[in-house]
Design a binder for this molecule. Structure first.
Ligand SMILES: NC(=O)c1ccc[n+]([C@@H]2O[C@H](COP(=O)([O-])OP(=O)(O)OC[C@H]3O[C@@H](n4cnc5c(N)ncnc54)[C@H](O)[C@@H]3O)[C@@H](O)[C@H]2O)c1
Ligand SMILES: O=C(O)C[C@H](O)C(=O)O
Ligand SMILES: [Mg+2]
Length: 570
């Protein structure tokens, strides 16, 4: 049942909500609750008399009060619990607080603290957000989707919880991730919270800890696999198309065994993209574009070692390949400069165990057969470092400390400014901390990590690392594609997004070794990404025919800033 409608007064042009909910129901609805900001008139007409204390305060005062309480929380998990509780109480106050303090709040509602929260979600959860779809309710999915109380659904972030950050299979405790991504869609992208839906496809879990935990709140069965899983995903996607035909679907934190298949199966059937493959690839290439400017190099001046050829690794490798080809290299020549490593060591083309997405990045056996190896057989990281002398090192394995001092030191000797991206999340899974990289490379490394790290003093200089996280891409890609009314998200649109992000980094920031804009600029970065995406959609004939100025205006109009709207009783 609708609790309110958005209206515009025909005489004054004033925006207001016609509200049908009353009293306690209103206070319990985070979309509508204004807490002590309800005016005396609203209190009188909406059945709130006596349910609130006497003081009437404005939004800023409520945010100040919340910020004060936030600062007194003893640790990051308590801060997370506090912020989620605030979000459950009043979305406007929550988003105003987050947008006013982005640098401090994003690492709490999003990576890395959201990871800590997901690890114990069944214990800390107070209220549920979004929707949970299970093998038990997929049979009446239409009913499930009708239970959604949002006035409109334009943006969906869906996970099945199989690969939550680098923490593995967390079943539906992983719902914290879509919830956190939605928070950034609103805080960074500017989408309205009333149009964003987090979804968990709870198909069970193979995490024995959760299956044995009496407090686990998810579907307590081993993961659905094979045809039954695919049927469930298909039923879900088709239901989304029926109920929300214009919505954009973001695939998030699936396992690599399903992520590539889902992306390929649906990318042309529904407006969608995979954040871990495409969003990460797009962010990493943006950071590399900046690194090339800093080094005054072309992509073809570097040699690349990517460790962890799953979703993120493959997404990054595809974009490096494209960048090399754009410089005029043949596909074969371009691929020969990328040294891709997974569990078996360097990927080589005669390996029958290669996944289809890995195959384009396997080295030809003949190209490596003359290498001197530490031990015969497996070609490990150190072998690649010694024989191929990579100058760019990317880690997306979720293996803590995988980049040893020796590997980092040797990469540091292969070039003036080694580029080291240790992108695994959360912080505890990072392949190397910026400090470790700088120590091993004499302070020369251009460093990016997936989770945020503080700067470090080095010989009287302050060294800074960049947070290379897909949060720079997905909010703007979603906003841009929606505003453009694009029918799909293409590689061209993602490349335009990368260029926009890299283009924002100033010469001063480059001089400090920064490859991406600072977190404080994420809202402006998302706006630039949205514009680049919408323009590219138009150029590709897939989006709205509006000139650049109109697109800018449309994006500005679509972006919501947290504020209270007046209410009238309906
Ligand atoms: N910074 C970002 O924006 C970002 C984006 C996506 C993923 N990530 C992080 O990257 C990590 C991986 O994510 P993913 O989606 O690619 O996962 P994935 O499971 O799809 O891929 C991980 C790959 O690493 C390989 N691997 C594991 N241990 C290895 C080792 N010791 N040596 C070589 N290869 C090894 C696995 O076999 C697998 O192919 C996670 O920690 C995730 O949080 C970061
Ligand atoms: O969630 C993040 O912080 C980035 C990325 O999507 C990941 O899976 O690690
Ligand atoms: Mg992810």
């Amino acid at each position: 049942m609708r609790t309110f409608s958005f209206k515009i007064d025909p005489l004054t042009g004033e925006e207001y909500y016609e509200v049908y909910a009353r009293g306690r129901q209103l206070l319990n609805d985070p979309h509508l609750n204004k807490a002590s900001a309800f005016t005396p008139e609203e209190r009188a007409t909406l059945g709130l008399d006596g349910l609130l204390r006497s003081a009437v305060t404005d939004l800023d005062a409520q945010v100040d009060r919340a910020y004060e309480a936030f600062q007194h929380k003893p640790d990051d998990l308590e801060k997370y619990i506090f912020l989620v509780a605030l979000q459950d109480r009043s979305e406007v106050i929550f988003y105003k607080l987050v947008t006013d303090h982005l640098k401090e709040m994003v690492p709490i509602v999003y990576t890395p603290t959201v990871g800590t929260a997901c690890l114990q979600m069944s214990n800390i959860q107070r209220r549920f957000r979004g929707i949970y779809i299970t093998p038990e309710n997929i049979g009446h999915i239409d009913q499930v989707l009708q239970n959604i109380t949002l006035p409109q659904v334009s943006l969906i972030v869906v996970t099945d919880g199989e690969r939550i950050l680098g923490l593995g299979d967390l079943g539906s405790d992983g719902m914290g991730i879509p919830v956190g991504k939605v928070s950034l869609y609103v805080a960074a992208g500017g989408l309205h919270p009333h149009v964003c839906l987090p979804v968990c496809l709870d198909v069970g879990t193979n995490n024995q800890r959760l299956l044995d935990d009496p407090f686990y709140l998810g579907y307590r069965q081993p993961r659905l696999r094979g045809e039954a899983y695919e049927r469930m995903v298909e039923t879900f996607v088709m239901a989304v198309k029926r109920h929300f035909p214009d919505a954009l679907l973001q695939w998030e934190d699936f396992g690599k065994g399903t992520a590539f298949k889902n992306l390929e199966r649906y990318r042309d059937r529904i407006l969608s993209f995979n954040d871990d493959i495409q969003g990460t690839g797009s962010t990493a290439i943006a950071a590399l574009m900046t690194a090339m400017r800093i080094k005054q190099h072309r992509f073809s001046d570097e040699r690349y070692m990517i460790v962890g050829m799953g979703q993120a690794g493959t997404g990054i490798a595809m974009n490096i390949l494209a960048a090399l080809e754009a410089e005029g290299l043949s596909r074969e020549d371009a691929a020969s400069r990328i040294f891709a490593i997974d569990m078996q060591g360097l990927l080589v083309d005669d390996d029958p165990a290669l996944d289809a997405p890995q195959r384009p990045f396997a080295q030809r056996r003949a190209a490596v057969s003359g290498w001197t190896l530490e031990a015969p057989g497996r070609i490990g990281m150190m072998d690649v470092v010694r024989n191929a002398r990579p100058t760019v090192l990317v880690g997306v394995t979720a293996q803590t400390g995988l980049f040893s001092e020796q590997v980092l030191r040797e990469v540091g000797q292969a070039t003036d400014r080694p580029i080291v991206f240790a992108l695994s999340n959360p912080t505890s899974k990072c392949e190397a901390t910026p400090e470790q990289v700088w120590k091993a490379t004499d302070g020369k490394g251009l460093v990016a990590t997936g989770s945020p790290f503080p700067p470090m003093e080095w010989n009287g200089r302050i060294l800074r690392s960049s947070q290379c996280n897909n949060m720079y891409i997905f909010p703007g890609v979603g906003l841009g594609a929606l505003v453009a009314k694009a029918s799909k998200v293409t590689d061209g649109m993602l490349l335009a997004a990368s260029r926009a992000i890299s283009g924002m980094v100033t010469p001063e920031q480059e001089a400090q070794g920064l490859m991406l804009p600072p977190m404080e600029d994420i809202r402006r970065a998302s706006t630039e990404v949205a514009f680049a995406v919408a323009r590219q959609a138009r150029e590709e004939g897939l989006g709205r025919l509006a000139d650049d100025a109109e697109l800018r205006l449309l994006i500005e109009k679509a972006q919501w800033t947290p504020h209270f709207v007046p209410y009238r009783a309906g």
